[in-house]
Ligand binder design. Structure first.
Ligand SMILES: Cc1cc2nc3c(=O)[nH]c(=O)nc-3n(C[C@H](O)[C@H](O)[C@H](O)COP(=O)(O)OP(=O)(O)OC[C@H]3O[C@@H](n4cnc5c(N)ncnc54)[C@H](O)[C@@H]3O)c2cc1C
Ligand code: SF4
Length: 331
């Protein structure tokens, strides 16, 4: 591993100053992704600015009934927090579906959203990869792509976004708060991760030197239920082949409100707007849920070996929505 400097920042201002104009500097959260990538030679920072001691480790109630979650809140603490479990179960369930207990104890909210793709070629510096080394090509297109994207991909990259938390946040319309050299700004989480286009090296819209400081969640709709479900190769310690995050409110058998997002299908959490259009105002039946999933997945463009993701996503979405619609039969 290349030698690097280490600084423990005591304030946001100190952290921002330390990385300003330093392309070789990286913020260090729990290090569960960054340090792995350093060992693989994918990341070769000159300076690590440890941000875990910043006073951004609280979960606070907002006056409007929403929540503010500091970027340094550990994944385990966020999953276990009573207001999250009670009002945003989809968020708690997504966190608990990810990684392992030890990793969740270390991983931060900010680092989780900024973790890099698990594409095998990205992690192997002996291989070309447009995301790691722009302009070198995408061997996954003709190579190992069973786990990769079926929606929104490009000829330059077919990688998927790995964070379970990000998918749940997309379904609850969270906002990401950033602080950088030009001040503070906020971005809806659904606009935070990018599609690859011809710049797959950029996973998100974060700018150089910007620190992710917090997330806010809008108030949970009274009467709405939410759920995260993940299909994967092993029962734990595995990334999503497909996941579904859903929020559903049903009155008198009719869908009053629905938010649906898929994970494992694209370079960003895939908010299923076409499906939501079918759901709104429709009878809360399996037929409606199947039509909604089909409306969204009609845009899928599977690769040679990952066509199985389309029916898997459809079945997972229908099952989650049916369970939310009918608590009596919900398993
Ligand atoms: C074996 C294994 C299995 C896993 N399985 C899953 C899984 O199933 N689902 C899942 O979602 N995740 C999974 N993970 C990933 C894990 O959740 C992430 O590694 C973790 O959430 C990253 O958080 P961190 O704080 O350790 O980030 P770090 O590794 O510290 O940082 C990650 C990136 O974010 C940047 N960064 C960190 N904090 C900030 C900030 N506040 N502002 C700006 N930039 C920042 C860093 O510079 C770095 O580029 C797994 C990891 C491992 C090792
Ligand atoms: S899919 Fe993206 S990350 Fe994977 S090899 Fe292609 S360019 Fe690299």
């Amino acid at each position: 591993m290349k030698p690097f400097g280490y600084l423990q920042a005591a304030s946001v201002e100190e952290a921002l100053r330390a990385v300003a104009g330093q392309p070789g500097a990286r913020f260090l959260g729990g290090g569960t992704n960054l340090v792995d990538l350093m060992k693989l030679g994918v990341e070769r920072p000159e300076l690590l600015v440890d941000v875990t001691r910043l006073p951004l480790d609280r979960i606070e109630e907002l006056p409007d009934g929403g929540l503010r979650i500091g970027a340094m809140v550990r994944n385990s603490d966020l999953a276990a927090a009573a207001p999250v479990r009670d009002r945003y179960p989809v968020v708690s369930q997504a966190l608990l579906a990810g990684a392992s207990g030890q990793l969740r104890n270390t991983a931060t909210t900010g680092g989780n959203l900024l973790q890099r793709t698990r594409c095998l070629y990205f992690q192997d510096i002996a291989k070309p990869c447009n995301k790691r080394a722009p302009g070198t090509g995408c061997p996954a297109l003709d190579g190992a792509h069973r786990d990769l994207a079926v929606l929104g991909h490009s000829e330059h990259c077919v990688a998927t976004q790995p964070s379970d938390l990000a998918v749940a946040l997309a379904a609850v319309d969270a906002t990401v708060h950033l602080h950088g050299p030009d001040g503070e700004r906020s971005v809806p989480v659904t606009d935070f991760h990018r599609l690859p286009g011809d710049r797959p090296d950029q996973d998100t819209v974060i700018r150089p030197g910007e620190l992710l400081t917090a997330l806010t969640l809008p108030p949970a709709a009274p009467g709405a239920r939410s759920r995260y479900r993940k299909a994967r190769d092993r029962a734990s310690y595995a990334f999503a082949l497909v996941s579904v995050a859903a929020v559903l409110e049903v009155h008198d058998g009719v869908v009053r409100r629905a938010a649906l997002a898929f994970g494992g299908l694209a370079h960003r959490p895939w908010r299923a707007r076409a499906a939501e259009e079918v759901l709104h105002g429709a009878p809360a039946t399996e037929d409606t849920f199947a039509r909604a999933a089909d409306a969204e997945l009609a845009a899928a463009r599977p690769l040679r070996d990952n066509g199985f993701k389309v029916p898997l996503a459809r079945n997972l979405a229908v099952g989650v929505l049916a369970g939310l619609a009918d608590p009596a039969t919900d398993g």
